[in-house]
Design a protein around this ligand. Structure first.
Ligand SMILES: [Zn+2]
Length: 203
């Protein structure tokens, strides 16, 4: 019997087991070095893991009266492709009526993948696989508002503690709060000092 909201340690074990969380000596596209790397879609490739994570996150939303009282007439919105499996899982668990997802256009602007008219979007919760800075959530919330809809919740499987913890006056829901470490190349990076082999990552 799996608990409906697994502990942060249990979630981290699942992420490690599926390869979605790795430890090593990573170089990000920004040039920063880090001993950790998350690639959340690796956890969502497995049905069982995806389901446990999405149901757990959905429970955190369902306890909010402002959300549960509006079900099923809410929308679940993903800011990016990484959040799409999370959004579908949460939508399923809540039986929410709508789902939308955004992506970045070539000009860098975030847009909804669906053509949506003013007034068509239900009150919404924005969910992502991981919140590193919170910018994706903020940009998506701005899009939602342009369409005349209200954001009533926000969350992710993992939130970096350096990212914003509140949004529109409510706490951001997450299963794991992760204290991420980023270093400049060289002496400030413990793995550089040890001459640990580097791995360049794309995201
Ligand atoms: Zn390094």
């Amino acid at each position: 019997m799996v608990s409906l909201i697994p502990s942060p340690d249990t979630v981290m074990q699942m992420l490690k087991r599926t390869g979605a969380f790795r430890e090593g000596h990573f170089v990000y596209p920004t040039g920063k070095h880090s001993p950790h790397y998350f690639q959340m879609p690796l956890a969502f490739r497995y049905y069982d893991t995806a389901r446990v994570l999405a149901v757990a996150l959905s429970r955190k939303f369902r306890v909010e009266r402002d959300i549960s009282s509006q079900l099923p007439k809410i929308a679940v919105i993903s800011p990016s492709s990484g959040g799409i499996p999370v959004a579908f899982g949460v939508r399923d668990a809540l039986s929410a009526e709508q789902i939308y997802w955004a992506e970045r256009e070539e000009n860098g602007k975030r847009m909804f993948r669906q053509y949506v008219n003013q007034g068509e979007v239900n009150p919404c919760i924005i969910v992502d696989d991981i919140i590193r800075s919170g910018h994706a959530i903020e940009e998506t919330a701005a899009l939602v508002k342009e369409l005349g809809a209200k954001v009533i919740g926000c969350g992710a499987i993992v939130r970096f503690t350096s990212a914003t913890s509140e949004f529109e006056g409510g706490p951001i829901k997450s299963l794991v709060e992760f204290d991420a470490h980023m270093y400049d190349e060289g002496d400030s990076c413990g793995d550089c000092k040890k001459d640990a082999p580097l791995e360049h990552v794309r995201f």
